[in-house]
Design a protein around this ligand. Structure first.
Ligand code: ZN
Length: 74
């Protein structure tokens, strides 16, 4: 695989994440999502986290495990 292509992937994901958060008015929605135990991105109810790190990430960003997997850790 072209090494340039591999390098570009994470950057695109981060830009995609920022785009999603901006569109959804992150600051206003963050505390609503948290109060309802929902994800700020997919709006699904938050269930379990694989690690305390993921749980901490949710407490900061209101992003669920599967969205963290997609946007941050993948
Ligand atoms: Zn989510």
């Amino acid at each position: 695989m072209d090494p340039t292509y591999e390098k570009e992937m994470p950057t695109n994901r981060i830009e995609e994440l920022i785009d999603v958060l901006e569109k959804r008015h992150a600051r206003t929605r963050a505390w609503i999502a948290k109060a309802q135990h929902r994800c700020i991105i997919c709006q699904r109810p938050v269930t379990a986290f694989r690690s305390s790190r993921a749980e901490l990430e949710y407490s900061l960003s209101s992003i669920c495990q599967s969205c963290q997997d997609y946007y941050i850790y993948d």
